[in-house]
Design a protein around this ligand. Structure first.
Ligand code: CA
Length: 228
């Protein structure tokens, strides 16, 4: 079981994060200040650290610097605002990733998994075969789709449509284009089929298929894939 250390002084947030991570099968230690966090780091040997930037006493940057002196353990920084990101990146203080508050806990769990996967090695090989956008990933070689890290069953046509979307994020793709690329043949008479496939795809990858966050309808054109 992977061990996560959360160093954050806002108790309700730590507890929410701890609850979600434990539900996903991680063991979680929490520390409410930097000094306690460093003690846990030395005694518990976590596999990954979630570290808040703004901490009472010793701040997150200092904690990160001290940890980096002796360990390459993956660290994800939690920041209150986007402007802090400049600080993290600018100081090159060795964090592996960052998450801006307020964050979606599911997004945080996905980041934790991604960072753990990267640190486990094989990143390049993984990247070559896997397209990942937000909470959706498709593995070309294994012909597998994962949503929120869970493998879902998906027929070949929907797989091809999803692949087209993930390869062209943010672009409005014409219905003709999607039909031609996904299964070829004439556009006429196929639009109903396309709509059915899109509806089924949404039911599989969207949290709320009636209000899709990813596969958006572009009126008069076709569809566009947005990743949050
Ligand atoms: Ca804080």
């Amino acid at each position: 079981m992977k061990k996560i250390l959360v160093i954050e002084d806002e108790r309700p947030m730590v507890e929410a994060v701890k609850f979600s991570l434990e539900k996903e099968g991680f063991a979680v230690d929490m520390a409410l200040d930097g000094k306690t966090g460093l003690e846990f780091f030395h005694t518990a040997h976590p596999d990954l650290i979630l570290l808040d930037l703004m901490l009472p006493g010793m701040d997150g940057l200092e904690v990160c610097r001290l940890i980096r002196r002796e360990s390459a353990v993956p660290i994800i920084m939690l920041t209150a605002k986007d402007s802090d990101v400049d600080k993290i990146v600018g100081l090159e203080m060795g964090a592996d990733d960052y998450v801006t508050k307020p964050f979606n806990v599911r997004e945080l769990v996905a980041r934790v998994r991604a960072v753990l996967r990267r640190s486990a090695g094989g990143e390049d090989e993984y990247a070559a075969n896997v397209l990942e956008r937000g909470n959706i990933a498709i593995d070309m070689e294994r012909h597998e789709v994962r949503v929120d890290e869970r493998v879902i069953e998906i027929p070949p046509m929907e797989f091809r449509l999803l692949e087209l979307f993930l390869k062209n994020p943010g672009k409005a793709l014409a219905r003709e284009y999607l039909i031609a690329k996904a299964w070829g043949g004439d556009f006429y008479g196929q639009t109903k089929t396309l709509d059915v496939h899109i509806r089924r795809l949404r039911e599989k990858v969207e949290t709320d298929p009636a209000n899709p966050a990813h596969i958006k309808t572009v009126r008069g054109v076709g569809y566009r894939f947005d990743s949050p």
